[in-house]
Design a protein around this ligand. Structure first.
Ligand code: UDP
Ligand code: MG
Length: 304
């Protein structure tokens, strides 16, 4: 059986077409299919649509969260409910074309444990989003060594990979990054992401920034390390300044000492503040992990 995990937040308008396309694909082959649709706190009638929709012979499992827990939580919930092998994760907004599903399955049958659908070109996006994503990928790649530029959340995973993912102990998850991190044998398939067919992207600017920030922090200690380097450089510079000041003092012309002190103060002061802030950042992650709250809370469930 092939499982499809689809996170849904306010996707009522694209659901029917998506499910119809999937059904066509499913019926063209011999496999059994199930869809695990996770309603991540939609405000529209996504859940009602899920309850009404009929996609037999595909088995449909619907999970409704009690509120919006975010896409990562929705993916996690879907993966834990999926019983098939392989499991395919895809967006519910029509940007991930079901037409490449058979090709993904074929690559899996040929031995790949992960089949990634990668964007052959980015869909038209607002300019600010382009700049921000480019910046994010640059930082992410340089701090973690993982290139996510073309990676998407559209992935086929062998049961082994799903199990490994579910077994990870951490709570702050970044699906795309973690799947790369496993380094399981993987294959890629290019696709042209369609523009969103209906609805609007639920990522606001602040949400994107906080997502990017949290992905980087949860993946690397690079920000801390940078701070340490700044600290070390600062200390070296201060030693230089200090010896110069001492030299001037001992050999008589001690007048410009005042500015040196100001420079030292600001340099060290800012480094310390920055450092404290960053330590707080990591500490807050530890705090989040330690709280051990569930990743999501289910309000309702359907199965048909
Ligand atoms: N999504 C979700 N919870 C959220 C935001 C998004 O489950 O809080 C789902 C959304 O319904 C869609 C997928 O995640 O199926 C991708 O979302 P979106 O298209 O908004 O993001 P983008 O394509 O810009 O990455
Ligand atoms: Mg989208």
């Amino acid at each position: 059986m092939i499982s499809l995990v689809i996170p849904l937040k306010d996707e009522s308008s694209s659901l029917e077409k998506l499910f119809k396309d999937i059904k066509t694909i499913a019926q063209s082959g011999q496999n059994k299919w199930e869809i695990i649709a996770v309603d991540d706190g939609s405000q529209d009638d996504t859940w009602q649509k899920l309850q009404q929709i009929n996609i037999t012979p595909i088995h449909l499992k619907g999970i409704k969260f009690s509120r919006n827990f975010g896409k990562e939580a929705a993916i996690y919930a879907g993966l834990s409910e999926a019983t098939g092998n392989p499991v395919i994760v895809m967006d519910g907004d029509g940007q991930h074309p079901p037409s490449i599903l058979p090709e993904m399955i074929k690559k899996w049958q040929e031995g790949a444990l992960i089949v990634e659908a990668v964007k052959s070109k980015r869909p038209p996006e607002p300019f600010w989003k382009k700049i921000c994503t480019a910046f994010f990928y640059f930082i992410f790649e340089h701090s973690t060594g993982l290139d996510l530029r073309t990676a998407t959340d559209f992935k086929l995973l062998d049961r082994k990979v799903v199990q490994a993912y579910l077994n990870l102990p951490e709570r702050n998850r970044f699906f795309r990054g973690l799947i790369k991190w496993f380094n399981f044998p993987s294959q890629t398939i290019p696709f042209n992401p369609a523009s969103r067919t209906e609805g609007i992207s639920s990522w606001s600017f602040t949400k994107l920034v906080s997502f990017a920030w949290s992905s980087i922090i949860s993946f690397s200690v690079w920000p801390l390390r940078t701070l340490m380097i700044i600290g070390i450089l600062g200390v070296l510079a201060s030693i230089g300044l200090l010896s110069q000041t001492l030299y001037s003092k001992i050999f008589g012309n001690a007048a410009p000492g005042f500015s040196t002190i100001i420079i030292l103060q600001t340099l060290l002061g800012s480094a310390i503040l920055l450092g404290l802030g960053l330590i707080g950042e990591y500490l807050s992650r530890v705090y989040e992990e330690i709280k051990g709250r569930p990743l999501y809370v289910i309000l309702e469930q359907i199965e048909k």
